[in-house]
Design a protein around this ligand. Structure first.
Ligand SMILES: Cc1cc2nc3c(=O)[nH]c(=O)nc-3n(C[C@H](O)[C@H](O)[C@H](O)COP(=O)(O)OP(=O)(O)OC[C@H]3O[C@@H](n4cnc5c(N)ncnc54)[C@H](O)[C@@H]3O)c2cc1C
Ligand code: SF4
Length: 295
């Protein structure tokens, strides 16, 4: 099995839009692609993780302008059920071409809704651009709060950015403080569902992206589908991104492959263990089956 999924090209890239880079988590790939797609009429709105009522608690949101996209840029390391708005986006918002960003599991759910549109009638052909973000694991809001306030000793409302990388969870505050905790302490907080997740790099997205593999401020991008390829080529032609060949950046795809392999190997053991306690991961309940392998 290819742990990186199928892709047409892999690139290291960052946005050329300075406003987006100021707000984005990494190279601003997601916000820039949605802004370009809105401008070009490829989508007429996107479902993103917007700011919620509590600090760093995301609220799924349908956005139709660049200003709204900017307000939702950056990573919130907790669950944002973006899928819950798919039907709403087409019905209440009346969108015919919907963009959606999500973690690998959310992109899987999007594809499932397209393939088996039970309760999602007339939605399948309206997903115009599905952008994936890499994901090793996710946290409940309470866990995130405990990490920021108890481990890093910072108030949630004073934090301007959170980041995971180089073995650390890091928070940056508005007053310029930087607090860190070792990533290994996060594991006890991880959502139980993440322990059987077999996708690190959003294999089913049109385009997926994450920081790992590329230098700071840049992103690793996998262009996966024919549709994703057309959008990426258009965005490049429009000057939306600076790019570098992935084999010319450090640490490059070797690190992405290593982390994806580690995640899948570890979690496959959990899937196998669940089979032995009668959760029937061996056939019918497809949730526990690796969707990239033949049954
Ligand atoms: C829980 C989690 C774990 C991650 N783990 C990794 C990792 O191990 N390695 C790695 O390289 N990258 C990881 N990422 C992805 C990384 O943090 C960035 O989101 C990604 O690189 C995109 O950055 P960008 O600058 O291109 O996006 P931006 O232009 O900043 O846009 C990010 C988009 O993602 C949306 N978003 C933010 N939070 C969430 C969320 N919780 N759920 C769904 N959508 C959201 C925003 O609304 C925005 O539209 C993780 C992200 C999350 C949410
Ligand atoms: S680890 Fe997997 S299941 Fe957990 S949030 Fe990330 S993609 Fe979803």
């Amino acid at each position: 099995m290819d742990v990186l999924g199928n892709y047409k090209s892999a690139i290291s890239a960052r946005s050329t839009d300075k406003d987006i880079l100021k707000k984005a988590q990494d190279g601003g790939i997601i916000t820039t692609l949605f802004a370009y797609a809105l401008e070009e009429g490829i989508i007429d709105g996107a479902i993103v993780a917007g700011p919620g009522n509590e600090p760093w608690k995301p609220e799924p949101m349908v956005v139709t302008t660049k200003a709204e996209l900017l307000a939702a840029a950056g990573t919130r390391y907790t669950i944002s059920p973006n899928i819950s708005l798919i039907k709403e986006a087409t019905r209440s918002y009346g969108l015919d071409r919907v963009g959606i960003v999500g973690t690998p599991c959310q992109i899987q759910a999007t594809r499932k809704a397209q393939l088996y549109p039970i309760g999602m009638r007339d939605v399948d052909d309206k997903i115009a651009l599905a952008l994936g973000i890499f994901c090793m694991e996710n946290l409940s809001y309470q866990a995130l709060e405990a990490m920021v306030e108890d481990h890093c000793n910072q108030k949630m409302e004073s934090v301007v950015k959170m980041d995971i990388g180089k073995g650390k969870f890091t928070v940056y505050t508005e007053r310029g403080a930087v607090s860190q905790m070792p990533l290994k302490l996060i594991h006890k907080y991880v959502q139980p569902g993440c322990s059987v997740c077999l996708d690190y790099v959003a294999n089913l997205a049109d385009i997926s992206s994450g920081s790992v593999g590329s230098p700071d401020g840049w992103s690793t991008v996998f262009v996966r589908s024919t549709k994703g390829n057309a959008v990426w080529d258009g965005a490049i032609a429009a000057g939306c991104f600076e790019t570098k060949p992935i084999d010319q950046v450090k640490p490059g795809l070797d690190l992405v492959t290593k982390l994806a392999t580690e995640k899948i190997t570890k979690n496959q053991k959990n899937v196998d263990a669940r089979k032995t306690i009668g959760l029937k991961a061996d056939g019918t309940p497809k949730g526990l089956r690796n969707p990239y392998e033949s049954p």
